[in-house]
Design a protein. Sequence first.
Length: 394
Amino acid sequence: MNLAFFTFWIGNFIIIYTYAGYACVMLLLVKLKQLFFPKTLFKNIDFEPEVTLVIPCYNEKEVLAAKVDNCFKLDYPKEKLHIMFITDGSTDGSEIFLNNIEGITILHENKRAGKAMAENRAMQFVKTPFVIFCDANTHLNKEAVREMIKHYSDDKVGAVAGEKRIVSNQKDSASAAGEGIYWKYESLLKKLDSELHSTVGGAGELISIRCSLYSNLEPDTILDDFMQSMRIAINGYKIAYEPNAIAEETASVNVKEELKRKVRISAGAWQAMLRLGKAFNPFHDFILSFTFISHKVLRWTLAPLFLLLVIPSNIYLYINEGGWYTLFMAAQIIFYLFISLGWYFENQQIRIKILFIPYYFFITNWCMFLGFFRFLNGKQTVKWERAERAGSVD
């Protein structure tokens, strides 16, 4: 019984802390910091250095016209904003389409080596002090570049993460409903991390880097954006978060398509943990270590594991102890009933968002196991398998 008792209570503590408690702790710490160290405004509001916007894309011809138009509408001095598309390995004529457009640089070679290598190659041609990476299928608000670049007036800022938003509607699939809620919560955590110390990594949909700090990534890197930004943070620079720099995209069309992304990200998470040793070391950077473990590592490791282990431990304690364990058992049954209903309604194309959230939560954690075994087997390729998206961003 001691093992069941330990597993149940420690497991539930880790699960609750990972998905709710950490946010509460961060809210408190940020409020205390603001009380004793008020936030200062940007000193140089006229800071407008040259910047390169790099868009890696593989067989994205269908969205390139909209992407180019979006790039040209960005509110930043035209002579200071350099736009670069890298289409390595594309076979759909993307480079031919782009070659007919003035005002952009196109890099193309027939070899496809993955996004990390494409970014390494693109950086050889970037001559500006700052670079912004974004995806071809994302729509940036017109202020995005200006809002990100302003942070570099502070020499301590080494990277800037933008905000990712999922465009949704009332007919969302389980994937869209779940992903939308996930990114709203994730954006809150990123903002709190940044206000306390440094955002824990950035998403490739919209991230900026001080070019002097860019380091070539290993060819087999899976999470290029996260690895690059975290290495900058480990070296003592801040990853700022800018909620007014927005990258919008539609969600995966269904859970099956979302699995492609989630399993790949999960495999990349295990690779990243093995390569970011200093991020675990509290003697190197205590706050970064605390936020990295709390925000990312627990979500990737112990939380999914204990979600599985608390089931048999709860059953054992319910049979042998009863009492409060009966209520916990009932709560678990209801939770997994909602997951089953979410799965059923998704397959029947019946849209009930409230049931899709626990289903998406379950899928996300299940993918951590799938990604772990894919990483162990060495079967996760660095070449991105694009998930089918639900329509386009207007």
